[in-house]
Design a binder for this molecule. Structure first.
Ligand code: WT7
Length: 680
């Protein structure tokens, strides 16, 4: 599967200097280690596990599993019988055993240039213990779910690790999601407490998070789920007597309202002030849940992806160390939000497990101007930088000048995640940002995989622009055809994995059957990613995009069904069909076809209302770019909407292929005539 010889053409290599100290320094070495990770997983992962603290050790095989639904329940178990605590491993172990207490864990850089804060491992440990005691005092126990709805502040990391310390399960909801989405997630996970903040700025825009949180709690109450505990961090509206470390925001926020309901709301600061900074960790089982993170599902209802303690810890720690070739003097920066899996795995868990120093950035790449990223790179001497293709394409639009204003000579490795990177963006990232000096690790993975599964190792893997290259250790990919047969050599089909790795998800929270149906039913014996993939003559894997009804907007998955259901909730709409249309920056944009109820006419006002409706139901990331009036939709005789045809119409492509299965082909011409954004 992996070629004997590295290919010679069209490839880029890490520098000799990088290879000198790298953890994995050649392609040969990668292949040796890969083989041993597959053939002797107990030894391979067992050695890695030795670096971590286990209250009691495991017995039996490192991984036990069943991926075949026809043979019984699907399960994955890693290090069965062992007990540990992930916050102990990330904090106490680094402070006490590795003597890294004075090392900086995070350089927090606020939205406003000049808002900054440095947090060491020792300080982080103290804050986590304090807040863990706060949670305990509020009655949170092992196994309880806690929703977290916060901006990118250090306290977000504190909140998640405090949950982990007491064995509670965090469910972080990205602060860009709407009140409705938060309510849905709180109810699905049956949370007993919510943690939020007053508000924050995204660039110029004030987001009043507390109002959204209140609205979500009201919706929960209306639906019969009264959650009556909400801890609120005053991030923007700091009280004058606040003596905590973080400085008040530089930007005044006269518009911020922080309604306070004394029966529900609790002040983060007063609670933590009173709490002790020592907290014995709860020793949990390897397979106890660590967190739930919701991701879009193709039926429209988000799925609560559940990850467990030991496997996730080992996998995020190892991928972080090897994929970013982590070295002690590195300053690492991942620009993702902690509200997504990238932030969970590669801002919090992976870096802290390695004792790394990271930048935690609250703001936007374009605020106050489009040089902000490179200014931050120089300010903190960032050596490893991880971002998304959509951010690269956005900055590329402004040319190389804003980049070249800053030196960037500290950069050593660049990374991308979220969607396939187009070669143009790859070359710009490589040539302009990294000045041809820094390898690019194009990391393919999913919320479900916990960590990188297809990825180059920067000093070892010859890179081909646009390819996520080869599997990480312990990962066994295959490409299947529609009949479920494994294809050999150069081929294209469904990307699947044949066996688990420690970081793979364990279940969909509260619905194990849904887990089995989504990932294991189509091809029994395999984990199905939902992505299409091509393998070239050299064995490189190239992700070709989703093959289900999912869209990738700015590196985030959205389900067409979820957007459609938000649209049809409007009283004017009878039916809706949503497809992706290629977008130069976002990757895909949302193009929506709506059929109105009889007698109604389409108008600009209705269009604006529908866009607003989707924003409110899901969040700003799901705002439709186009809404087209569709008196009829192209359907098969059995009534299935032919999205393939709609995708062509959205792009104004007349070559529709075979449309003989259409029940009424006249709707197609009508839709072409009604197209919106012609010439866009
Ligand atoms: C989907 C997962 C993993 C964190 C961010 C997204 C696409 C992700 C790549 C890549 C090509 C990629 C896939 C995948 N994707 N990384 N390097 N190359 N495609 O997490 O929201 O769970 O989305 O993102 O389609 O299935 P997610």
């Amino acid at each position: 599967m992996i070629p004997d010889k590295a290919p010679r053409e069209d490839v880029f290599h890490g520098s000799e200097e990088l290879k000198r100290d790298a953890h994995v320094s050649s392609f040969e070495r990668y292949k040796e280690l890969y083989q041993s990770s597959i053939q002797r997983p107990d030894e391979f992962w067992g050695d890695i596990a030795k670096e971590f603290f286990w209250k009691t050790t495991h017995s039996g095989p490192f991984l036990e599993y069943n991926f075949d639904v026809t043979k019984g329940e699907v399960f994955v178990k890693c290090m069965g019988g062992a007990t540990t605590n992930i916050s102990y491993n990330l904090l106490d172990r680094n402070v006490h055993e590795r003597k890294l207490g004075e090392r900086v864990a995070f350089y927090w850089e606020g939205n406003e240039p000049g808002d900054e804060l440095t947090v060491t491992y020792r300080q982080l440990l103290q804050s986590v213990c304090r807040f863990a005691n706060v949670l305990k005092a509020q009655g949170v126990k092992k196994g309880d779910r806690v929703s977290i709805y916060m901006p990118m502040v250090v306290e977000l990391v504190v909140a998640m690790l405090a949950c982990a310390r007491i064995g509670a399960v965090h469910s972080i909801v990205f602060a860009g999601f709407s009140a409705e989405s938060l309510c849905e997630r709180i109810m699905d996970s049956q949370c007993s407490l919510l943690i939020t903040a007053d508000g924050f700025y995204r660039g110029d825009k004030l987001i009043n998070l507390k109002l959204l949180a209140d609205e979500a709690l009201q919706k929960c109450r209306d639906k019969g789920f009264p959650l009556d505990k909400c801890i609120v961090l005053r991030h923007l509206s700091k009280e004058t007597e606040d003596t905590s470390q973080s400085p008040p925001a530089k930007r005044a926020c006269p518009d911020l309202q922080v309604p306070w309901n004394p029966e529900v709301d609790l002040c983060w600061l007063s609670l933590t002030r009173a709490a002790s900074d020592e907290c014995e960790p709860e020793w949990v089982e390897s397979e106890d849940p660590l967190f739930i993170l919701y991701t879009s599902g193709s039926t429209g209802k988000p799925k609560g992806v559940l990850h467990t303690v030991a496997g996730y810890m080992l996998y995020t720690a190892t991928t972080f160390k090897l994929v970013f070739d982590h070295q002690p003097d590195d300053v690492y920066w991942c620009t993702a939000d902690i509200g997504w899996i990238t932030g969970h795995s590669y801002i919090t868990y992976g870096p802290l497990a390695n004792g790394a120093t990271s930048v935690l950035f609250e703001g936007l790449p374009t605020y106050p101007d489009v040089s902000r990223m490179w200014e931050i790179v120089d300010k903190y001497h960032v050596s490893k930088f991880y971002t998304a293709p959509t951010a690269i394409r956005l900055l590329m639009k402004y040319g190389s000048e804003p980049v070249k204003k800053f030196k960037r000579d500290s950069l050593k490795i660049l990374g991308t995640v979220g969607e396939p990177i187009n070669p143009e963006a790859w070359h710009w990232y490589y040539n302009v940002v990294g000045e041809k000096r820094c390898p690019i690790v194009d990391t393919f993975w999913q919320t479900e995989t916990g960590g990188h599964v297809l990825t180059p190792l920067p000093a070892a893997t010859p890179m081909k622009p646009g390819s996520a290259t080869f599997p990480f250790f312990g990962v066994v990919p295959a490409i299947l055809n529609e009949s479920g047969e494994e294809l050999e050599g150069p081929s294209e089909g469904y990307l699947v994995f044949k066996q688990p790795w420690p970081g793979v998800m364990r279940t969909v929270f509260g619905n194990h059957q849904r887990f089995e149906t989504i990932y294991f039913k189509k091809f029994p014996g395999y984990y199905v990613t939902g992505d299409g993939c091509r393998r070239d003559k050299d064995g490189y894997y190239w992700i070709t995009g989703r093959i289900d009804d999912m869209l990738n907007v700015s590196g985030h998955l959205l389900s067409t069904a979820e957007v459609e259901s938000a649209l049809v909730e409007h009283e004017a709409v009878a039916e809706a069909a949503v497809v992706g249309r290629p977008h130069p920056v976002k990757g895909e944009s949302l193009y929506c076809f709506v059929t109105l109820n009889d007698g109604l006419t389409f108008s600009r006002t209705l269009e604006a209302e529908l866009k607003q409706q989707v924003r409110e139901k899901i969040g700003a990331i799901a705002t439709p770019d186009f809404i087209q009036n569709a008196p009829g939709l192209p359907k098969t005789r059995s009534g299935k909407i032919m999205r393939r045809v709609l995708r062509k119409i959205a792009c104004d492509e007349r070559d529709l292929g075979d449309i003989s299965t259409l029940a009424d082909s006249s709707v197609v011409e009508q839709l072409f005539q009604n197209r919106c954004g012609a010439g866009v």
